[in-house]
Design a protein around this ligand. Structure first.
Ligand code: F6R
Length: 613
C-alpha cells in the first residue's frame, strides 16, 4: 500500500522519514524514495525495490535537512523503477510531490501540459500534479494557492504532500475525495505528516485527521487546515492511544469501520502494478498465465468460503461474460468431498483472504491430486494458499483485522475483473476497443467507492430505522445477486439479525410468503442489465406491504418514488457495480451493529481465519 511520510522541524528529516516508511512496510510496495530540502534545493533519493535499497542510496550519498517528504509506492502507472518512484519533481525542479491515488484524467492533463511544452520525466499519473503546480508557481502564485488551483484539475481520490524549495517553511498536504489517510502529527516545534498513524507514532500522539476535501498547510509550529476553496477551518486534535493496535484504528471506532473506509486506497492498491492504462492491458505476472494455458482452459471452478465465495460468484459472471470461459462456483467444504470433475484443462481458483482456511486448502489439495491447474487470490502474503498454487493474485489490501470481511471482498472483485480481461485478451476474444474500455473503467473504481463512502450519513439514518428489526431479506440479480448474499451475511454476522440473501427471481417460488411489514426487503437495483427485472421485485414487495430499502443509482427518480428508503450509489460500469453496491450494505450492517452496541470487530462464535473444518 502506498505510504507517505513528511517532516518539518529542527531534527534531521532523513532518518525520521526512513523510519516512518519502515513502519508502513508491512502494507507492501515496490519502490521507495524521499526528498529533503538541503541548502535551498531539493535532494531526491529514490529507486525501485525495498527500503533497504533507499537506505543504501542515502548511505552512499547522504542527504540532510530539516524538511522532507518520503513515499513507498505500489506502481499504478508505469513500472516500478527509479524514474517512476516518488517523490516527483516538476519542470523547474523547485517542487516535489508524493501521492497516493489515481489521477483518472491524467492522459488528458498530460496532453494539455505537453501542448504547453512540458516534458515528462516519468510514466506516472502523479507527475501531472507537480507539473500543474509548477505551471502556477511560474505565474508568480504562492505554493498553497498553486496547489489549490492544481487540485481543481484532478479527477479521482488523492492523498498528496508537496514541498517547495521556494517556500521552505511549509509542507502542503491534501486529502481529495475519500482517498484515505492524511494525518498530521503535532510535536514540540516540529510537525509530521503521514498516510497512516504507525509512521509517526514514535514521535507524537497528538494528531489531526484531514477529511475529504481538506488541505493542510504544515509548519514547524503546527498546522492550518483549509478547505479546497481556501477557507481556513477549525480542526480537532485527537489523542491517539499508546497501544499500537488501538492507535492503528486511528479516527475510527472499530477496525471494520476503518477497513470499510480504507477501500478507496485498497482498491487503488489492488490495481497497482497490474494495469497499463496507456496500452489498455492487464498484467498479472504471478498468475503464470501463458497464452497457451489461456487457450487450453476449458473450465474454471472457483472455490472459496463465505464472503470469498460471494466474490467468486461475481467472478463467474465476469469471466463468462468477458472471457467466454465456463465457470462454476463451488463452496470449498462441498467441493472437497464431492469427487469433483477436474482435469488438466480445468483451472481451480481458490479465493481466500487469510489463505489459511481449512476447507479452501483442502479443495486446493483435491485439485492437486486430480491434476488441475491451481490458482489462488489471497490477501495474506506467504500464506499456504499462495504457496501451493501454480499462480496467484495477491489482493494488496493490507491486513484486515475486523472479522467481518469488507476490503478483502471488494479487492478480489477487481482482481477477478482483471483476470477476466487478461484471459480474454490472451484467448483473443476481445476487440482492442473493448479491452481498452474495460481497462480504462478500472481507473474509476477507487473514486466511485469514495462517492459511496461520502453518503455514509444517509446510510446511518437507514440503519437507525432498521436497527430493531428481527429479520431481513436481500434480493439481487445477475452480477448483483452475490451482493444480496454478501449484504445479508454482513448483517447477520455482526448484528445477529436473521438475514437471507436471495436471487430476486426466486422470490416468487417461496420467500415471497414471508413478506410483511416486519420483514424489510433490501433490493439491489442499480442501473445494470437486470434493472427492469429488479424493479418489478420492488413493486411485488410493495404490493404485499413490505418495507423496501433499495440500493439504487443516483438520479433514479422512479426508485425513489417506490422505495421506502434508498441507499444511493454513483453510476458505475455494470461489471464493476458489485464494488459500489456492496459498500452501502457494509456500512448499513456496521451501523446497525454499532447502534445495537455489539462487538463489531469480534462477533460471537466467529474467527478471522477458520483453520479447522
Ligand atoms: C465473512 C467472512 C467469512 C470469510 C470466510 C473465508 O465476513 O469473513 O465468511 O470470508 O471464512 O475466509 P478466507 O477468505 O480467509 O478464506
Amino acid at each position: 500500500m502506498c505510504g507517505i511520510v513528511g517532516y518539518i522541524g529542527p531534527r534531521d528529516a532523513t532518518p525520521i522519514i526512513l523510519n516512518g516508511l519502515k513502519r508502513l512496510e508491512y502494507r507492501g510496495y515496490d519502490s521507495a524514495g524521499l526528498a529533503v530540502l538541503t541548502n535551498g534545493h531539493l535532494e531526491i533519493r529514490r529507486d525501485a525495490g525495498k527500503l533497504d535499497r533507499l537506505a543504501a542510496l542515502v548511505a552512499e550519498d547522504p542527504v540532510e535537512g530539516h524538511v522532507g517528504i518520503g513515499h513507498t509506492r505500489w506502481a499504478t502507472h508505469g513500472e516500478p523503477s527509479a524514474r517512476n518512484a516518488h517523490p516527483h519533481q516538476g519542470a523547474t525542479g523547485a517542487v516535489v510531490i508524493a501521492h497516493n491515488g489515481i489521477v483518472e484524467n491524467y492522459l488528458e492533463l498530460r496532453d494539455e501540459l505537453g501542448a504547453e511544452g512540458v516534458e515528462f520525466k516519468s510514466d506516472t499519473d502523479t507527475e501531472v500534479i507537480v507539473q500543474l503546480v509548477d505551471r502556477y508557481l511560474s505565474l508568480g502564485i504562492g505554493l498553497v494557492e498553486a496547489a489549490r488551483k492544481s487540485f481543481r484539475h484532478l479527477k479521482g481520490a488523492h492523498g498528496i504532500v508537496l514541498l517547495s524549495a521556494t517556500e521552505p517553511d511549509k509542507i502542503v498536504a491534501a486529502r481529495i475525495g475519500n482517498a484515505g489517510g492524511v494525518v498530521v502529527g503535532l510535536g514540540e516545534g516540529e510537525t509530521f505528516i503521514a498516510s497512516d498513524i504507525p509512521a509517526i507514532l514514535e514521535h507524537t500522539r497528538q494528531v489531526v485527521f484531514l477529511e475529504s476535501g481538506q488541505m493542510a498547510v504544515v509548519g514547524r509550529q503546527g498546522v492550518e487546515v483549509q478547505t479546497l476553496e481556501g477557507k481556513t477551518i477549525p480542526f480537532e486534535v485527537h489523542n491517539v492511544a499508546w497501544d499500537p493496535v488501538a492507535a492503528e484504528k486511528g479516527e475510527y471506532r472499530h477496525f471494520m469501520d476503518k477497513e470499510i473506509h480504507e477501500q478507496v486506497r485498497s482498491l487503488t492498491d489492488t490495481i497497482a502494478g497490474r494495469v497499463d492504462f496507456e496500452a489498455g492491458r492487464v498484467r498479472l505476472p504471478q498468475l503464470n498465465l501463458t497464452r497457451d494455458l489461456a487457450c487450453r482452459i476449458q473450465k474454471v471452478i472457483i472455490t472459496a468460503c463465505g464472503t470469498a465465495a460471494h466474490a467468486g460468484m461475481v467472478g463467474k459472471v465476469l469471466i463468462e461474460r468477458i472471457a467466454r470461459v465456463p465457470v462454476e462456483v463451488d463452496i470449498a467444504s462441498e467441493f472437497r468431498y464431492r469427487d469433483p470433475i477436474v482435469d488438466e484443462n480445468t483451472v481451480v481458483l481458490a479465493i481466500s483472504q487469510s489463505g489459511e482456511t481449512a476447507d479452501t486448502l483442502a479443495a486446493m489439495e483435491e485439485t492437486r491430486l486430480k491434476g488441475g491447474v491451481l490458482w489462488s487470490i489471497v490477501n495474506a502474503i506467504g500464506s499456504q494458499a499462495m504457496r501451493i498454487a501454480d499462480g496467484y493474485i495477491s489482493m494488496q489490501t493490507g491486513p484486515e483485522i475486523g472479522v467481518a470481511s469488507t476490503k478483502a471482498y471488494t479487492a478480489p472483485l477487481v482482481d477477478l475483473y482483471m483476470l477476466a480481461v487478461l484471459l480474454a485478451d490472451l484467448r483473443g476474444v476481445l476487440s482492442d476497443k473493448e479491452r481498452r474500455r474495460l481497462v480504462a473503467d478500472l481507473a474509476l473504481v477507487p473514486d466511485l467507492a469514495g462517492h459511496c463512502l461520502d453518503r455514509e450519513a444517509e446510510v446511518e439514518r437507514v440503519a437507525f430505522a432498521l436497527k430493531d428489526v428481527k429479520h431481513c431479506i436481500y434480493l439481487g440479480r445477475g452480477i448483483n445477486m452475490p451482493t444480496a448474499y454478501e449484504g445479508a451475511l454482513k448483517l447477520k454476522e455482526i448484528s445477529y439479525i436473521h438475514a437471507e440473501g436471495y436471487p430476486a427471481g426466486e422470490m416468487k417460488h417461496g420467500p415471497i410468503a414471508l413478506i410483511d411489514r416486519d420483514m424489510p426487503v433490501v433490493v439491489i437495483a442499480p442501473r445494470d442489465p437486470w434493472y427492469e427485472k429488479m424493479f418489478s421485485q420492488i413493486e411485488q414487495a410493495k404490493a404485499r406491504g413490505g418495507i423496501v430499502v433499495a440500493v439504487a443509482t443516483e438520479g433514479d427518480e422512479t426508485i425513489a418514488k417506490f422505495a421506502d428508503q434508498v441507499l444511493w450509489v454513483p453510476p458505475t460500469p455494470w461489471m464493476l457495480s458489485p464494488v459500489t453496491t456492496v459498500i452501502p450494505l457494509q456500512m448499513l450492517a456496521y451501523h446497525i451493529a454499532a447502534l445495537r452496541g455489539l462487538d463489531v470487530d469480534q462477533p460471537r462464535n466467529l474467527a478471522k481465519s477458520v483453520t479447522v473444518e
